[in-house]
Design a protein around this ligand. Sequence first.
Ligand code: CMP
Length: 139
Amino acid sequence: AVTRTFSIIKPDATRRNLTGAVTKMLEEAGLRVVASKRIHMTRDQAEGFYGVHRERPFFNDLCTFMTSGPVVVQVLEGENAVQRNRDIMGATNPANADEGTIRKSYAESIEANSVHGSDSDENAKIEIDFFFSPDEIVG
Ligand code: CMP
């Protein structure tokens, strides 16, 4: 089924001017950008978005990193969008990411790993709603 997922191009990637390169890989993987905006996340947004990780040892550093520069938040649409996006992103830790994935190509570290993608249809909806209003999504 055609579904949607939520993506973030992270500060390590925007800093290196990789917004287009990352988006090209998403598009070549069969995903369509149906919403996109460049924002500088506030601390509150980062802490809210990553709330599920609040008790993890990397939470504080992660929120500092995600607010260290601009990000591009996107809604992606395609056949099995969540899984398709996870496949093209590659493993969270770039050391474990497959050849040809975004993280293998561009990630600097497990933290500065260039992209975020939703891990389920349920979380995709929550994450899309966190950053986008319905009128900003044009399918
Ligand atoms: P993301 O998919 O955005 O979800 C949580 C983020 O936490 C992850 O990508 C990484 O950027 C970051 N992170 C930092 N350290 C770790 C870790 N040890 N395990 C998982 N995620 C980590």
